[in-house]
Design a protein around this ligand. Structure first.
Ligand code: UP6
Length: 265
């Protein structure tokens, strides 16, 4: 899959419906950029979504850091996502027993299942976390998909070796619901694997944040590590001109992708 185009991969077997949709969206909008909207108010969140919306395939949220998160936030996000054509990914990093994650996913003040197309989870509680989230997600007409956290960007994290391998094993068992991974490199290692890899820890001109975060450039991530989507937070929302900055990251990551797949055959 490293040299296949997003367009080609959209119609491969073993691809979750949300992944197929996303891969087509990426090809059409020519963007493999996900902006991480780690801001603290609904106003800032919606303004950022408007500003960067044309340059992204996905907006990543941390709903639990929005001071005034509520129905207005949800409605605003959904409207902008529909207008600007991007998916919404709530970076909740679920990590509890099945029964609890179902409640965290569907209930409480955030009601994540109602508005997030994509969620993520750790598998350290065991594979029932996947079954539980899948059950809670499958309430038509909602189409939902899961990313497994297989690797992290932070220094000294414990998600390596056999832990990461186990993430891939569990993902292969659930190709309908698990669309891919949060990881630092492509984990499509077997023939037939077509998981989407999304990579955080991307910033141009910085190596870290003093709190464990480690940064790579778009080229390192897309070309050298073979991943599909860069996730950029402070690199974009920390800039004065967020629209221009998002566009700069989009162009860099898209050129890197074109370089990786090579000239069209
Ligand atoms: N994130 C990481 N590394 C991971 C997983 N998730 O940084 O391994 C998330 C953070 C933050 C974003 O929670 O929302 O990606 C990165 O933000 P930054 O670009 O501002 O560092």
């Amino acid at each position: 899959t490293i040299t296949q185009s997003y367009q080609e991969r959209a119609s491969l077997p073993n691809t979750s419906p949300v992944a197929s949709y996303l891969l087509r969206l990426i090809a059409t909008k020519q963007t493999n950029l996900c902006v991480s909207a780690d801001v603290s108010t609904t106003r800032e969140l919606l303004q950022l979504a408007e500003e960067v919306g044309d340059s992204i395939c996905m907006l990543k949220t941390h709903a639990d850091i929005i001071n005034d998160f509520g129905p207005r936030t949800i409605q605003g996000l959904k409207e902008i996502a529909a207008k600007k054509h991007f998916l919404i990914f709530e970076d909740r990093k679920f990590g509890d027993i099945g029964s609890t994650v179902q409640k965290q996913f569907t209930a409480g003040p955030l009601q994540i299942v109602r508005w997030a197309n994509i969620i993520n989870a750790h598998i350290f509680p065991g594979p029932a976390i996947i079954t539980a989230l899948s059950q809670a997600a499958h309430k038509p007409p909602l189409l939902r998909s899961l990313l497994i956290l297989a690797e992290m960007s932070s220094a000294g994290n414990l998600m390596t070796g056999s832990y990461t391998e186990q993430c891939v094993v569990e993902a292969r068992k659930n190709p309908e619901f698990v669309m891919g991974f949060i990881a630092q490199r492509s984990l499509n290692e077997q023939p037939g694997d077509n998981f989407v890899t999304m990579t955080p820890g991307v910033q141009i001109g910085a190596t870290g944040d003093g709190l464990g975060q480690q940064y790579n450039t778009p080229e390192q991530v897309i070309i050298e590590a073979g991943t599909d989507i860069i996730i950029v937070g402070r690199g974009v929302y920390g800039a004065q001109d967020k629209r221009a900055k998002a566009e700069e990251y989009r162009v860099r990551a898209w050129k890197a992708y074109e370089e990786r797949i090579g000239p069209a055959s």
